[in-house]
Design a protein around this ligand. Structure first.
Ligand code: FE2
Length: 252
């Protein structure tokens, strides 16, 4: 039964703040990356902004737990990021703005499917965790309706045109994630580095990585701190880089 046989190595997670898990997403990440690229190419910025929803308070970094749909971030001329957050509420929001989806945007269904797979994997982990070390009630917290509204599958697209060998390969500064648990699903090439010693994460086939965010640090009163990480794109001076990540939240 799910969670009881404890296939996920909770001890590894407790000691390092991360654990590799079996994860079978098939062709979904590639299809989503291609779908998002088509979305970016095929629509003007004005049209894309019709897909942007901000339902909550924005913090000093311009982020919000309630960012939904499309967002564009620019850290400078060579640091352009396009982001898409799939959340449960997205379909209703698009419908409310009378935005045509359906057969025009099949990648939305792929996002929805990968969102579900990712959430089920985090839930499996939470049940293993709760069976191993009761007290924090992870599964109950992530199933809470307020948390369900915040969980997000993020597709990230870095535009690397214009970069050259002299530009910094650092495309994501060292940071901790502000959510509860992150499931790193897929990326176009290894680039994420974990922990103080900047260890490059290379996913084994059919696996994904779960690691801790700020809300886990707070919930555990610092016993399970958020894991520092950054992203580099060494050797990539053209084309684009993409990644797909699931952000799991709790209401705090
Ligand atoms: Fe991150």
């Amino acid at each position: 039964m799910l969670g009881v046989e404890d296939r996920i190595d909770v001890a590894e997670f407790l000691s390092s703040g991360r654990v590799e898990v079996d994860f079978e997403a098939g062709d979904l990440p590639n299809r989503i990356a291609r779908g998002f690229e088509q979305f970016l190419k095929g629509k003007s910025l004005e049209d894309r902004m019709q897909w942007a929803f901000d339902l909550g308070v924005v913090d000093e970094h311009g982020n919000s737990d309630y960012d939904t749909g499309y967002a564009r971030k620019s850290g400078g001329p060579y640091d352009r990021k396009d982001i898409f957050h799939y959340k449960i509420i997205l379909d209703a929001l698009l419908k409310e703005r009378k935005i045509e989806t359906g057969r025009h945007e099949p990648w939305l269904r792929d996002l929805q499917e990968l969102f579900s797979l990712s959430f089920m994997k985090i839930l499996e982990f939470a049940r293993s965790f709760d069976a191993d070390s009761p007290g924090l009630d992870l599964s109950r917290r992530i199933l809470d309706p307020a948390a369900m509204a915040m969980h997000a599958l993020r597709a990230l697209h870095y535009d690397q045109r214009g970069r050259d060998e002299t530009d910094s390969a650092q495309i994501g500064k060292p940071h901790t994630d502000k959510n509860f648990l992150t499931l790193h699903v897929a990326e176009s090439a290894p680039g994420m580095r974990m922990g103080d010693n900047h260890e490059l994460y290379r996913a084994a086939p059919h696996t994904a990585l779960i690691f801790t965010g700020d809300k886990m640090g707070r919930l555990s009163e610092g016993k399970i701190p958020a894991l520092l990480h950054d992203v580099r794109s060494d050797g990539m001076t053209q084309g684009s880089r993409w990644s797909i990540v699931f952000f799991c939240h709790i209401a705090v």
